[in-house]
Design a protein. Structure first.
Length: 277
């Protein structure tokens, strides 16, 4: 894959431009004003999402990556209404997707892909799925995965709770990672935080019994919320002693963690085991 030509034909370039224009529309998910988005949300979803998907152009390299690499890396998704939604009843078969049966690790909010590409390269015997809504980040992830020769990674452009609930079969995930999700630190926006009781229910559905949920944040009150939610959630129990888990040794030092450390924030890790309720 990495050795093929990087130039696009005129037809491919036009296809990329058309696809980019369609992605930029993203009307149900994109808004410059959160209050406007909240007002419009009931037309598309019955609850706020944990992201704001703003329109914007990708670089030429990112568009090229999307055109050349997405057929291999990006999972096709049947949509409900919103552009990052997942239609109920459209679960994939992981064994068919990866061409084998192996442990499956899912990262929510994979960003530029630094964490998941590193992990996939280091553990070729494990399958990895990156869940992200930002196309530029997905394109960068594909570029880096291709450069590293990673074959055991797939990506999905979707709202994470819908991907967990509708795209993945129940009890199909061995580990679920949620590292440095948006803290939505303003009081009026905390309802957008990903880790809430409903998320715990959906995560418990996706993770197999005995599987692991790993979380990390540099925002203290979000760490407290995560711990409260999961301590109270049926189907999960702590896999750590004391107030916080030890730093996950498999987590690479990303820009988010560096920023938190630079401004003096404590990095909080949490680890939970999926148990039968």
């Amino acid at each position: 894959m990495s050795g093929r030509k990087r130039s696009l034909s005129r037809e491919a370039s036009e296809s990329v431009a058309s696809a980019s224009a369609e992605r930029q529309k993203a009307a149900p998910d994109a808004a410059d004003n959160l209050d406007d988005m909240d007002a419009a949300a009931p037309a598309f979803r019955d609850k706020p999402v944990s992201f704001v998907r703003r329109s914007g152009r990708m670089s030429e390299a990112q568009d090229r990556a999307w055109a050349e690499l997405s057929p291999f890396y990006l999972l096709p998704v049947e949509r409900a209404t919103a552009t990052t939604s997942v239609k109920p009843g459209t679960a994939v078969d992981p064994a068919a997707v990866y061409g084998r049966t192996a442990r499956l690790v899912v990262e929510i909010g994979s960003g530029q892909g630094h964490q998941i590409v590193s992990a996939a390269a280091a553990h070729p015997d494990t399958d990895f799925l990156a869940v992200e809504v930002f196309t530029a980040g997905l394109a960068r992830t594909m570029l880096d995965a291709d450069r590293e020769g990673v074959k055991n990674l797939r990506l999905v452009e979707a709202n994470a709770p819908e991907a967990l609930e509708h795209l993945l079969p129940a009890a199909s995930v061995d580990e679920l990672w949620v590292f440095f999700p948006d803290p939505w630190h303003k009081n009026k926006h905390t309802k957008r935080r990903l880790v809430a009781p409903e998320f715990a229910r959906i995560a418990a559905q996706a993770i197999r019994p005995g599987g692991t949920l790993r979380l990390a944040t540099d925002w203290q009150d979000y760490a407290d919320q995560m711990r409260d939610v999961l301590d109270d959630a049926p189907g999960f129990e702590r896999a750590f002693a004391g107030e916080w888990a030890e730093r996950f040794e498999g987590r690479v030092l990303t820009a988010f963690e560096r920023k938190g450390l630079r401004v003096g924030r404590d990095i909080r890790d949490l680890t939970y085991t999926r148990v039968s309720p």
